[in-house]
Design a protein around this ligand. Structure first.
Ligand code: FES
Length: 156
């Protein structure tokens, strides 16, 4: 009876040696994998923002998002490059919000009528930024926007 219990103990010293090697090898592979993932994300977002940035460099130089006429009355327009969504609930009344969803940080990316939609879990927000439908529990974060003399939406 006790010998049965002792037998695994005698084998145990050899066991951890193999396990440790396996763990080290696994950790190395994981580190390499993580490096590739990070590099992949960096390259992806860098090239994405680079191409987007060049396309909107004229507007961002002056802080302008675009013509106010691009924002429909009773609707909204998403400026993905600047992470801003601008709404116009009634004619001439503009409001700006961060595109970052307060639920888990995805960016809202669609406007359906008078609703701003998060693609990740389906939260929707009204034109005043408040939650229409969860799982988000709080509304979008306000960002100040104004219309400049040239009729363009500008941040601030
Ligand atoms: S991150 Fe937007 S609904 Fe979950």
């Amino acid at each position: 009876m006790p010998p049965t219990h002792d037998a695994p103990t005698a084998e145990t010293p050899a066991g951890p040696t193999f396990s440790r090697r396996a763990v080290v090898a696994g950790a190395g592979a994981a580190a390499i994998g993580a490096g590739l993932l990070v590099a992949g994300c960096s390259a992806g977002s860098g090239s994405g923002s680079g191409s987007d940035g060049s396309g909107s460099s004229g507007g961002s130089a002056s802080g302008a998002l675009g013509p106010a006429t691009d924002v429909p009355v009773g609707g909204a327009k998403i400026y993905g490059d600047q992470s801003v969504v601008v709404t116009q609930a009634t004619a001439g009344t503009y409001a700006g919000f961060s595109t970052r969803c307060p639920h888990q940080g995805c960016n809202v990316n669609e406007v359906r009528g008078a609703s701003i939609v998060c693609p990740c879990h389906g939260s929707t927000f009204a034109l005043d930024g408040s939650v229409e439908k969860g799982p988000a529990r709080t509304g979008l974060t306000a960002k100040a926007v104004t219309v400049d003399g040239g009729g363009r939406i500008v941040l601030g």
